[in-house]
Structures are given as C-alpha cells and as structure tokens.
Design a protein around this ligand. Structure first.
Ligand code: ADP
Ligand code: MG
Length: 700
C-alpha cells in the first residue's frame, strides 16, 4: 500500500489549480496522470531576460531566447508539412516551425506585426535559423512589463516543454500547485553520502528544479539535478535488486541433460554453432546444472542466432524429463519460432506446440490437457502462456524472447508455473552497459558477439524522399532478379490512424506501379490476417511487403534483400537498426534505403550518418544513448527500455553504477527494508511507482 504521506502527490493531475478538465487532459498527455508527474516535468531551459540574443548570433543546437517580430504566417501546404511563422529582428530572418497545426489559433496567438519573445532550440535549415516547436513564445511586453506568464522576481525563469493548446501560464500555475503539495519526505539517502556530495534534501531539490536561480541550475550536473537523478536511479536499482533477491531466495533445481536430443538436433542442422553460440550455451548449461535458479540474459544482435541457443537449452530441460516454454512478444514471432523449431524437434522425436490468444475452444482445451500430461515437451507462445489455465506437468525452463517488451513482473509470472524454474531472457537490442543495468539490474549476461558465417554486409544508402520516384522505378528490375522488398512506412507521432493512412496509400501506389504481388501489413490487422500476409511474403507469393513497424521484431525472411524506410528521420537509431536487420539474412547482397524528408533536424541527420557508417549493433547502441541525451526520446520509447524522468543516462551514467552498489548493500544489510532508512526507501520506491517491487517484502 502506498504510504499516506504520498497521497497528495498521487491525486489526479486535473485537481491542480490552473487546470480545468480540458487543460487537465493536455497536462496529462504532457506529463502523466498524477500530480507527481508534473513535479517530474522538468524545465527544458531557462528564459534569461538579461541574456536575450539576436538571430544572427544564435548558436545552433542550443536553447536560445530571442525577441523578434512576427512577419507572416505560412500555413502547411499539405498535411504532414510544417506550418511556418516567419519572424525577423534587426539581424536577420528566422522561422518558427510547427507540425500538426489545426485551425487558426496560432494566428491569434502570434499576430502579424507583434513583437514576441520566443525560446527554444535553434536549428539551421537550408542556411536559415529555425526553432521547431518553441518551448516558449509570447508577447514581448509580458516579459518587460512584469505581467509575465511566469512569476517575476528573478531574472531567470524556467521554460517548460509544452503541448499544443497548453500555454506556459496555466502550466506554471499547476506546477506551483504541485510544489505546494509536495511533502517533506523522510531522507532515504545515506547521510554520509549526502554529506560527501553536498546534495540538498529531496524537497529542496524539487523546489530548486522548478525555481532555477541561474542558467547553471538547469544543467544536469547541478547538485539538485544530480540528487533527483540519483533518487530515480536508486529506486530503479533497488526495485530490480529486490526482485532478484526474491528470486534467488526461492530454491532452484539442478537440470542436466544427457545430450541425446541435442545430438539429434545438431545432426539435423545445416550448419555448426558459432564459437559465441557454443560459449553462451556452456554458460547456460552451467547455470542450469547449478542448484540456484538461473537468471540469464542472452544478448545478441538481430540475426546472431539466439533461437537455436534457446532450443538447445530447452532440449536440456526435456532430456532431464521436464518441459520448457518459449515466450515471444507477438503472435507472428511465436508462430515463426514454432515453424522453424518444429522440424528440429521432430528430428529429435519430441513434441512442440504453439499457444497464443487466438487458440480457443476444443483445440485449446486439448492442447492444455496434453501440456498438463507432459505430452508436449516444448510450448511456444505469446502472453497467452500467462493464463491461469496453462498448467505444465513439470516446467523447468522459461525462455523469454525480446524480453524488454515484457515487464520484470511477467517474467516471474511464467516462472511461477513450475518448480525452481530457470529463466533465460533474450534480447536483440544490443544495449549499452549502462542501459543493461537499468533494464536488468545485475543479471548474468551472455553475449553473442559473432555473427553466423557467410553474412554479407548491408549496403546502406541515405537519400532524400524527393528521389522516391527513382527508387520505385528501380524496383521492377530487382523483383525480376528474384529479390524481395520490405517497404516501411512512416511513424507519425500523432495517431495510428494517420500512420495507417500513409501505409495504405503507399501500398496502393506500389500496387498500381508494380504488380498485384504487393502486400500490406499493419498493427490494426487481426492476427490471422497478419500471419497470412507474412507467410505470403516469406513464401515468395508477394514481392513487396508494405508495413508499418509491425515487422520490427525478429521476423526472418532470408530472401528479403531490400529494405526501404520512409521518413527514416522519424525513427530512433535502435529501431532503424532493428529494421535494417530484417535484410542481409540470406546469401544475397542486401540494401537498405533510408529516405528522409524535411524537417531534418541535426540529431536526425547524425542518426542517419551513424546508420550509414556502421552495422555494429553495440556501437549503434552507444551512439543512440549519446544522441538521445540530446533530447530525442523517440528511440527509447520504441525500444521499450525503462524511461527515466529525471536521470539522463548519457550524463548520469556514473551515478547508475553507484546506485547499483548502493542497492546491493541495502539489500544485504536490510533485505526487508525494516530499518528507519529502509522505511524511507519504501517511500522512495512508491514515489517512483515501483510498487510491484515492494510486494516482495514480507510486510510489503
Ligand atoms: P536472432 O538472434 O535474430 O533471433 P535467429 O535465431 O533468428 O537470429 O537466426 C537468424 C538466422 O541465422 C536463422 O536463419 C538461423 O537458422 C541462422 N543461424 C543461426 N545460427 C547459425 C550458425 N551457427 N550458422 C549459420 N546460420 C545460423
Ligand atoms: Mg529472434
């Protein structure tokens, strides 16, 4: 149960002053549903009234504050294109750029001829300065005259990321309201550590966050920023440590195979395992044979061959007389795993079955019966495996593919279906070390850092979408040569509806231009429909597969050699890497075409450059972290890694390792969090909504 002291912070955000139901909705979308979410809504910069610059001198890539005159409004020429507001000062021209503007509220907000103050990240595009979605804009008089949207008194005022329709003033009022509700909380940090670092207490830190006194106060290394980041990281690490401690406390079992099934499968394989696969397998074998429970992460880039390692591990469980389960995040993947593993299982004379949410009625009942009787040795499936009716005769190993799509909690849920179940989680996202820590704590890790032999590098070409016509014109030849093509359509941040419309439209044009052997697959389709399309592409009945990002994870079609990604500038690096990994899986040479459209920001440009330069997943992951530190979170959200509100891993990475050690020490000394500091740490866990972790405590 959440401690009463935190109740005010978990009241609905709509209860804050300044926000009615309508603005409340916007604030909720911006920050989250609770009062506390607004406390975490940190300033993106400060408006320094004393340091207002000029257009000509504005440093690129930095937050700037400018006083300018509104000259003209240039509405979007077509949907998806930006709305521009032309501005000038005595040194030059600048555009304010907005996307998805409906109605004329901008005209009212920024009347032509008015002098305004605007703050946001300066970018250069075609040589001209622009600010895309400014953090702040309003009449210049507001600032000079003291009737500012923000309380006056200090020369420096926080500037917050906004969302269309929610203006600085009500947002600011609401944040002040949230601060007033923020209680003095018991200190959860070690006093000696606080003294050493000189960090303020939580309440002072959060107040300072929203009342910066200088530009230095919004820097990530300001003491209060470090304190808040550390709080968040400690909550993360402590939660993971609790789960792990809990899992370790449960006894495991010794699982050993005699190798007879493995030998049969190895004989049926058209290849030999790579050194990295053998090494990982040996690590897994050792863990499984040990009396403790295995909790191991198998990390390997797309195409590195994780599936066969998983099968071999599952065979050990079967050889020992028990069962194994393999869980995938999507229906398509579950079916694909089953398809590729079934012949191998057949060669070894054992039974593999699939269970997804789609299986219903008699067939499902019969499957469950066979599972409970132990006639099914390996069960492959989706979330459906969690269902209560799914009971094994003797589950000994749970393998979870693409783990970061599942929560820690779900992992435990599957493990609870057996006795002393060993867990192997697999991820295709090559995660930088720091991120591995946030997502998995100090789980044991095996890395497949060697690709199966014979893979050809993928040629990556970055080009403007203006050349789309050329690309389309080149396809018939490729198709005639037997190549298969993925065509990924834009990810539009606004709505799935628009997303879908774009893909449907592209499908229609390609269909018309090429042949009827062009398929379409998207997230709104029902499972069987998706599978049918995917199967048609895999079997070569379709030459082109137009897709929204549903093909993101794991799908294997070795004959696909061309990957076209539209609006590549909108994807995160991790996602681009995943998508590109769909090609280059067979013997043929492969190409990845990254088509970009304006506006192409600096970070997006760098991302595309990284893609062009390397295929090394780990390197890309490091770059991703670096670039995302620059403020673009699309990549994280897509990759499903935990998102931090206050910590910036590129900047606070060193704090993470400290938090891990701290968490470990806390658990060693006070595993039930009973001591006074332990009690305060419980408050910390609840504050950062790690409620599930508290459940592992005896008196949780
Ligand atoms: P991922 O790690 O992305 O899940 P998969 O397990 O799907 O990769 O393997 C990708 C492809 O590589 C599959 O077609 C698989 O049969 C093949 N493969 C796996 N291991 C080897 C190997 N040692 N030698 C050759 N091909 C392999
Ligand atoms: Mg896979």
């Amino acid at each position: 149960m959440r401690p009463a002291i935190l109740f005010p912070l978990f009241a609905p955000i709509t209860s804050l002053p300044g926000l009615g139901p309508k603005l409340g909705k916007l604030a909720e979308r911006l920050a989250g549903p609770h009062v506390v979410d607004l406390l975490w809504h940190k300033p993106s910069g400060v408006l320094d009234r004393l340091a207002v610059g000029s257009i000509a001198e504005a440093p690129e890539g930095r937050i700037v504050t400018l006083t300018v005159r509104v000259d003209a409004h240039v509405p979007a020429v077509m949907p998806g294109r930006p709305y521009r507001v032309r501005c000038t000062d005595h040194t030059g021209l600048m555009d304010l750029v907005f996307f998805h503007i409906k109605g004329d509220w901008l005209v009212k907000k920024l009347p032509e001829g008015q002098r305004i103050v605007v703050s946001g990240k300066a970018e250069r595009f075609n040589g001209q300065l622009q600010i895309v979605h400014p953090d702040y804009y309003g009449p210049a008089d507001d600032l000079a005259g003291g009737s500012s949207a923000m309380p006056s008194g200090s020369a420096v005022e926080p500037v917050y990321p906004l969302t269309g329709g929610l203006n600085p003033k009500p947002l600011r009022t609401a944040i002040e309201g949230a601060l007033q509700r923020a209680p003095q909380l018991p200190e959860w940090q070690d006093p000696a550590w606080l003294q050493r670092t000189g960090w303020p207490d939580w309440h002072s830190a959060i107040s300072r966050l929203h009342h910066p006194e200088s530009t230095g106060d919004v820097q990530l290394d300001a003491p209060h920023r470090q304190r808040l980041a550390y709080d968040e990281l400690l909550a993360n690490q402590l939660a993971l440590a609790l789960v792990r401690w809990h899992q370790r406390r449960l006894t495991g079992r010794e699982i050993r195979g005699d190798g007879h099934l493995r030998a049969q499968v190895a004989a049926a394989l058209p290849y030999r395992l790579t050194g990295a696969q053998e090494r990982s397998l040996a690590e897994i074998d050792r863990d499984m044979a040990a009396p403790e429970r295995m909790l191991r992460l198998l990390q390997g880039d797309v195409g590195s061959g994780k599936t066969i390692v998983a099968l071999m591990a599952m065979l050990t469980a079967v050889e020992s007389g028990a069962q194994a389960a393999l869980m995938a995040p999507t229906e398509i993947l579950a079916r694909q795993h089953a398809e590729s593993l079934s012949p191998l299982c057949a060669a070894a004379g054992i039974t593999l079955a699939v269970l997804t949410g789609r299986d219903k009625g008699k067939a499902r009942a019969a499957l469950l019966e066979r599972l409970a009787a132990g006639e099914i040795h390996i069960l492959v499936g989706t979330h459906a495996l969690f269902q209560d009716e799914v009971a094994f005769r003797d589950l000994a190993l749970a393998v979870i593919d693409e783990q970061h799509k599942f929560g820690v909690h779900q992992r435990l849920q599957l493990a609870a279906k057996g006795r002393g179940v060993d867990t192997l989680v697999m991820t295709a996202t090559p995660i930088p070390r720091t991120l591995t820590l946030t997502a998995y704590g100090d789980m044991d890790v095996s890395r497949l850092d060697e690709k199966p032999p014979g893979r050809q590098p993928v040629r990556t070409v970055v080009m403007s979408a203006d050349r789309l016509e050329e690309v389309v014109a080149g396809l018939p030849r490729a198709i005639a040569g037997g190549q298969r093509i993925y065509w990924v359509c834009p990810l539009v941040e606004e709505s799935e509806q628009v997303d879908l419309a774009a893909a449907t439209l592209r499908h229609a044009t390609l269909h018309e231009r090429l042949s009827d052997r062009v398929g379409l697959i998207h997230g709104k389709m029902k499972g069987p429909e998706k599978d049918a399309v995917m199967a048609a592409f895999a079997e070569g009945r379709l030459d082109v597969l137009v897709a929204t990002t549903v093909i993101e994870v794991g799908v294997n079609v070795p004959e696909a050699t061309i990957m076209v990604i539209e609006h590549a500038e909108r994807f995160g690096l991790a996602q681009l890497h995943q998508l590109r990994g769909r090609v280059g899986r067979g013997a043929g040479a492969s190409t990845c075409l990254l088509l970009w459209s304006q506006p192409l920001g600096e970070t997006a440009r760098e991302r595309l450059q990284v893609m062009k330069e390397t295929e090394d997943g780990f390197l890309i992951a490091e770059k991703d972290l670096e670039l995302r530190g620059a403020g673009e979170v699309l990549g994280t959200r897509q990759s499903g890694l935990p998102e931090f509100r206050l910590a910036d891993l590129a900047q606070h990475g060193d704090l993470l390792a400290t938090a891990r050690d701290d968490a470990r020490l806390i658990i060693e000394r006070d595993p039930e969090l009973d001591s006074p500091r332990g009690q305060a740490l419980r408050v910390l866990l609840y504050l950062f909504e790690r409620d599930a972790a508290v459940k592992y405590l005896r008196s949780g």
